[in-house]
Each structure stands twice: as C-alpha cells, then as structure tokens.
Design a protein around this ligand. Structure first.
Ligand code: NIG
Ligand code: FE
Length: 407
C-alpha cells in the first residue's frame, strides 16, 4: 500500500453519466489531493494531508512540483500493427488524386496488406511495440489493436499472434480485434459473401481456438462490404460468441443502424451519419466513436459528436491510428481539435478518452479515479488540468502509472 501525491488537482471523472452531454461543472476536482494504491487498484482518494494523517506509517511516493492527475486514457480503435508506410498516398491525396488513382498507383489498404504480409514477424512486433510506447508516453495505457492487413488465414493469424506476443512485452493492456473483414483481398477468388464465409469458417474458429481475440470488426462501405451481407456476417460472428464493433458511416450513411441492430459494442467513424440514425444510436448501448484522426488525415468532416452527445449517445474518441487515413497517432491533439470544431466541453472530451472508451471495450474496471478501479493514471506538469486540451497535445504527459507503478 502506498500514497501517491500531492497533486495540485485530482480530476477523478467520478460520478459522471455513461451517456449524453456533460458540463465542466460536473467534474469532481480534488485540490491538493492524493491517491492510495494497493494491489494494482485504487483504495482511496482525497486530500493528501488528510490521507497521510489517517495512515501515519504509509509508504509515500512523493510528487515533485505542481502536477495534475487524471485517469490514464483509453484508445479504443487503432490499426497499429502494420508494415510499410503510405506517405505517398497522403501526398497524392493532397495533390488532388482520387481514391481510384491512388489505388491504381499501388496505394490504399491493399498496399498495406502487401507490406504487412511481406514483413517479418520481428519487424512487425518491433514497430508495433514502438507505436505502443508512443501511445503510453501520451498517457494511454489501454489500446485496442486490429488485424485487417493480412486478409487470409495465414496472415490474419500472423497479425493476431504478434499482437498477443506484444502483450508479453508491454504493461499497457492490449485489446485485440479481428478485422479480417476490412476488404476482400485482391487475390481471393470469389465474391464478398464467399470471402465473409471464408472468415467465418477458416479464420474465426482458429482465432477462437488460439484465444487470439474475442472481438470482430467489419468495414461496411461502398468500397468494402455491403449492408446486407455485413449484417448476416455480424449475426453469425455473434453466434460464435464474439463481441462486435463496426466501421460505420465513414462516407456513406446507413451502417450505424446495422451496428445498433446487431448489438455492436461500438459503431466507429460516423462522419456521414444522418440525423435519424444519430437518434437511433443515442437510444442504444452501442458506443458512438469519433475518429478525428481520420478526418484530419483525409480532409473530411468530423463525426457529429455534438449532436450525438445532445441526443444522449455514449460518445468515445479514439485515434484510428493507421498507415492510410490516420497516420498521426496523437489522440490528445486529435481530441482537442475535435473539441474546437464540434464544441465539446472538457468533461465530454475527457470522458470520451477514458471511461466511455473503456465501456466500448467492455473494460469497466478503468477510466475513472475511484476506489476499486485499476490504478492507471497520467500526470501533467501544470496547475490547471484545462491546459491538457488547451495545449492541443504539446503539453507532454509527465508520468504514466500502470497498476500504481510509474513506468
Ligand atoms: O478506419 N476505414 C477503413 N479502415 C481504416 C483505414 C485503413 C487504411 O486506410 O489502411 C480506417 O480509416
Ligand atoms: Fe479504423
């Protein structure tokens, strides 16, 4: 057992609703606070001097200088296991080339598939761990990681095994997701429904057998999988016992409705979601995940997070870090920019990167500073927590704690 502190401000994010809009006066801020940790878990939070007086013999981990502490962040949507780089796609897009022109000149998702298939396991593992460390340094300690650049049995399993192996080398929590339904690969001889059937019969049973993931994702879009075939696929994956998440409404509306209908844990992207579907999402337990990194990477509009929150949806914010549409990877910068364009309160942004994102991953043991929760925290050297978003990512995390231990 130890007492960590003192902190100028402890931003607990406790006692906030899971869904809907938040005002900043709902935030609980403990001045001159401390946190008692034991066995990876928060035991008590309160005034540092009082906690010290109550436990005169407690070990103290002293915090130097003025710092604020928040729950560590959760990135609930990433594609950070990949080979190669798509800087040329980015440059071509900015030079006005179309999706088709980029694909024809060797870019797009298919190029990342080829680079990922050709990469050695060691190279994929090392670059994945580098990206994980980048995220940890931002204060993110729970990271979802998708497959989806293998697109056949051998290479999808290769990706998921590497993600599993990365878990042995990092203290962050990795949440693997099988995204074999990212795109029908060019070398698959058959239709979309046949490829989805191949995933169901050839890939998912092995994923289950080796316990590589218990979540399945699909990209529903004109250029990827169509609504009806996707719905059938999702219901079958659910039948196999997987949790579901969906890449929905990125360019074309309609698929968030399917995500809700099949009981997906989250519908992510939603840049093109229409008003009726915003209400449909808001009345469900499917988390609406905004991915501002993809809007910034593609020059597309932002997810209507303001409308979603006003309608009562559970809104999370994630990085979508991937080599194509979202190469930045800095969730704090992205969330802060989303806030200025969508007019989100600080409370809404912090909730979207913590307990609301954790809910999308079925991890309700974290994302809030309160007794009983996992002791994952991030501190910043400042006397005002508002500076975290105000500095748009340039105020670096000072310390990151996982299970109560500074890393
Ligand atoms: O979430 N939309 C589909 N999938 C990714 C992009 C992947 C890629 O371009 O490599 C996304 O934006
Ligand atoms: Fe994505």
């Amino acid at each position: 057992m130890k007492l960590i502190g003192p902190f100028k401000q402890v931003v607990t994010l406790a006692n906030l609703p899971l869904r809907g809009k938040l005002t900043d006066d709902q935030l609980e801020i403990i001045a001159d606070g401390g946190i008692v940790v034991d066995n990876n878990v928060i035991q008590k939070i309160g005034n540092f001097a009082t906690l010290k007086a109550e436990n005169p013999n407690i070990e103290i981990e002293l915090i130097e200088g003025e710092q604020v502490i928040l729950p560590a962040f959760v990135d609930s949507h990433t594609h950070i296991c990949f080979g190669g780089n798509r800087a040329n796609d980015f440059a071509m897009r900015n030079a006005g080339k179309t999706y088709l022109e980029i694909a024809e000149s060797g870019g797009g998702i298919w190029s990342s598939v080829q680079h990922t298939r050709n990469a050695s396991e060691e190279e994929l593992l090392n670059t994945l761990l580098e990206r994980i460390n980048f995220l940890i340094n931002l204060g993110i300690t729970t990271i979802e990681v998708k497959s989806g650049y293998g697109l056949d049995v051998e290479n999808e399993l290769k990706m998921l095994r590497i993600i599993k192996k990365a878990q042995e080398s990092t203290k962050a929590t990795l949440v693997p997701t099988c995204l074999s339904a990212h795109l029908k690969p060019r070398d698959f001889e058959g239709s979309n429904p046949e490829y989805l059937e191949y995933i169901l019969t050839e890939i998912l049973p092995k994923v289950k057998e080796e316990k590589l993931a218990n979540r399945v994702d699909i990209f529903i879009e004109k250029s990827a999988f169509q609504p009806e075939e996707s719905k059938e696929f999702l219901l079958k994956t659910k039948g196999l016992g997987f949790e579901i998440t969906v890449h929905a409404d990125q360019f074309t509306p309609g698929s968030s409705r399917i995500a809700v209908e099949v009981g997906a844990k989250s519908a992510d992207h939603l840049e093109a979601t229409i008003d009726e579907d915003i209400d449909f999402l808001a009345q469900s337990d499917t988390v609406a995940t905004a991915l501002p990194g993809a809007s910034l990477g593609l020059g597309e509009k932002f997810t209507p997070a303001r409308k979603l929150l006003d309608a009562g949806a559970i809104v999370a914010i994630a990085s979508d870090w991937n080599p194509g549409s979202a190469p930045m990877g800095n969730l704090i910068t992205q969330a802060s920019i989303l806030a200025t364009f969508q007019k989100l309160t600080t409370a809404e942004v912090l909730a979207g990167m913590t307990f609301r994102a954790a809910f999308a991953l079925n991890l309700e043991d974290r994302g809030v500073l309160e007794p009983g929760k996992k002791a994952d925290f991030v501190t910043f050297k400042t006397n005002n927590f508002q500076n975290v978003l105000y500095n748009q990512g340039s105020l670096k995390a000072e310390n990151v704690f996982i299970n109560g231990i500074k890393i």
